[in-house]
Design a protein around this ligand. Structure first.
Ligand code: ARG
Length: 590
């Protein structure tokens, strides 16, 4: 089989050796083909011979591992991929890639860009992310969900899946009673004149104080909830007005971060909840306890409350309704919930409930909680302002831009760049760093939020990668090779990989599709960040020892090594594709 552009070489190696192993030992089944990436000895290593040796031994047949390895090598189908396949005395098979093959793959990256690995059947993926709550400020926990969610969507879309991005806004619940009651008091003519609420947070606090202190107000708040739930028009209007204020705030953050998401809050599922409760009741999954209707989930520490004793619905009811909707109406066959680790028990119960209710078969549909740890301040405690308040996201972004500006000024960039370029660079650096800092940590762990660390242009940071990318992109310009010349050279110039650093860089670039497949499997994006960092450092090794441009004493260019210039371009192209998935905007000048 002829591979498509950039079909993952690791997978090709695995498939070919799988064939060889089955051909050499047809009577043994279940032999895992284990391929390891580059070692001291080779580009890839296969250790199936050792597994076979142990199996045969158990059957009473004693054979030296090297002999088994040789038999596998002899059974390997003809192919263009390898320059050397050799059985080592210890039974490992050392595999070296062919220069022609790697060189051809680099050419294809130059012509078509890095194309996604083949993922087989395209899936309909529903991704629930960001999902802040109305009237409460969006905080760093929501920032993590937003950043990780956006990046996962881009990853899934890049390989061709059909992705539905959903914002499961907390836009319904008893707090709206007090908010509406307060709205009616403060802005009695809210139905005709839009109330100028600037700070919804403060508005929330005011109404909460009244709710806690004023019995009459509390009573009116409860009445407002009932009216809202019964669909009273004036109350719905008030609810909508309050939601709109939040919505505009959220939208500003999404715009700055380049996030696109469809709002489908808890309220969307309200009209559908009655039928869900009825279905669960008819299937006898609900039990009545102290006036509540609850659903027991085997293995879960607590049951789900589906209907409260006052007849109201809960967070669980909306999630039960949502999961069925996502599976049956949206036809999702892969559901992701990008939500903090603290909600794991809740979500696991919802997922189990969906199976119990017969809404999906976990063997057919992938339903996953993509969880993440908390964000810590530099004091290793929960990230808060000095006065102990939650940090507002907008303030955080503003601060990032300010700090990025300081960095750029420190480097004297403000003198070289136009105002417009400077603004672009500031934002790209700030948002890129905030995102990368989050994504480059294993999401299962907590991480420390440090502007100093993330804006450092040494080490595995977006600042470093952005500088590296900009520098690589500028090489062709310095060599006075025009984009048109580059395009022509991409099809005509053979990529020479004779220098060990050229060879190392080219092989590193080829691992991109494998990394993408790994990310799709475990949804851990930091693997991609680690890879991009490796690409940038491997590039730097190459650039230090391989001249791309030679100048004479007067600084005049005397020689341009086109093959190397193309290798620079291919590197930029791979980093660029990585940036796209991480939602990082590169800048031409910085
Ligand atoms: N609004 C919730 C919160 O801020 C997150 C919602 C997550 N999604 C879900 N389907 N439960 O905690």
């Amino acid at each position: 089989r002829k591979p498509e552009n950039m079909l993952s070489i690791g997978i090709i190696v695995e498939e070919l050796f799988g064939l060889a192993v089955r051909h050499a030992y047809p009577d043994l089944d279940d032999i895992p083909v284990m391929i390891q990436g580059s070692s001291k000895f080779a580009d890839y290593q296969c250790n199936s011979a050792l597994v076979i040796c142990a199996k045969l031994k158990a059957q009473g047949v004693k054979l030296p591992p090297k002999e088994i390895a040789q038999k596998i090598v002899a059974s390997l189908p003809e192919s263009e991929y390898f320059s050397k396949v050799e059985a080592a005395p210890n039974g490992f098979i050392n595999i070296d890639l062919s220069k022609d093959y790697v060189s051809g793959q680099i050419s294809s990256v130059l012509q078509k860009g890095p194309s996604p690995p083949n993922v087989g059947i395209k899936k309909r993926v529903v991704v629930d992310f960001s999902s802040p709550n109305i009237a409460k400020e969006m905080h760093v926990g929501h920032l993590r969900s937003t950043i990780i969610g956006e990046s996962l969507c881009r990853l899934l879309e890049w390989v061709g899946h059909d992705v539905l991005r959903l914002n499961h806004l907390g836009d319904w619940g008893t707090q709206f009673g007090m908010l509406i009651a307060h709205l009616k008091d403060k802005f009695p003519n809210y139905l005709s004149v839009s109330p100028p609420i600037k700070d919804l947070q403060a508005f929330y606090k005011e109404s909460k104080v009244r709710f806690d202190e004023d019995e009459a107000f509390k009573k009116r708040a409860y009445e407002a909830v009932v009216k809202l739930q019964n669909g009273d028009e004036a109350h719905l209007k008030g609810w909508n007005l309050i939601c709109d204020v939040s919505r505009q705030e959220f939208q500003k953050v999404y715009k700055r971060l380049g996030v696109s998401i469809t709002e489908r809050g808890e309220s969307f599922y309200q009209p559908l909840m009655g039928a869900i409760v009825k279905e669960l009741e008819e299937k006898e999954h609900l039990v009545l306890e102290e006036g509540r209707k609850i659903m027991y989930i085997p293995g879960a520490p607590a049951p789900l409350t589906v209907v409260k004793s006052d007849g109201g619905f809960t967070y669980a009811t909306s999630d039960l309704t949502a999961i069925k909707h996502r599976l049956h109406v949206e036809k999702g066959d892969w559901l992701l919930y990008v939500v903090d680790a603290g909600q794991n028990l809740h979500l696991q119960s919802i997922f189990d409930a969906g199976v119990i209710a017969g809404w999906y078969d976990p063997k057919q549909a992938r339903v996953e909680h993509v969880m993440f740890g908390v964000v810590l301040g530099e004091d290793k405690k929960k990230f808060k302002t000095r006065s102990g308040e939650v940090i507002r996201l907008v303030d955080l972004l503003d601060e990032g831009v300010k700090r990025a500006e300081m960095k750029l000024v420190e480097k004297g960039r403000d003198k070289e760049l136009t105002k417009e370029e400077m603004k672009k660079a500031m934002e790209a650096v700030a948002y890129g760093c905030i995102k990368y800092n989050d994504l480059s940590h294993n999401r299962n762990h907590e991480y420390v939020f440090s502007f100093d660390r993330m804006l450092d242009d040494r080490g595995n940071t977006a600042a470093y990668l952005l500088y590296a990318y900009t520098r690589i992109r500028s090489i062709a310009r310095t060599a006075q090779v025009s984009p048109q010349q580059l395009k022509e050279a991409a099809t005509k110039t053979k990529i020479v990989l004779d220098h060990p650093k050229e060879w190392k860089l080219a092989k590193c670039l080829l691992r991109f599709p494998e990394i993408i497949l790994k990310c799709l499997d475990d949804l851990l994006i930091h693997t991609l960040c680690d890879f991009l960092y490796e690409v940038a450092t491997t590039f730097s090794e190459f650039y230090d020892s391989c001249y791309c441009i030679e100048k004479d004493k007067s600084g005049k260019i005397v020689k341009v090594d086109m093959s190397r210039i193309l290798l620079c371009e291919a590197t930029a192209s791979v980093i660029g594709a990585g940036f796209h998935i991480l939602s990082i905007t590169p800048v031409d000048k910085m």
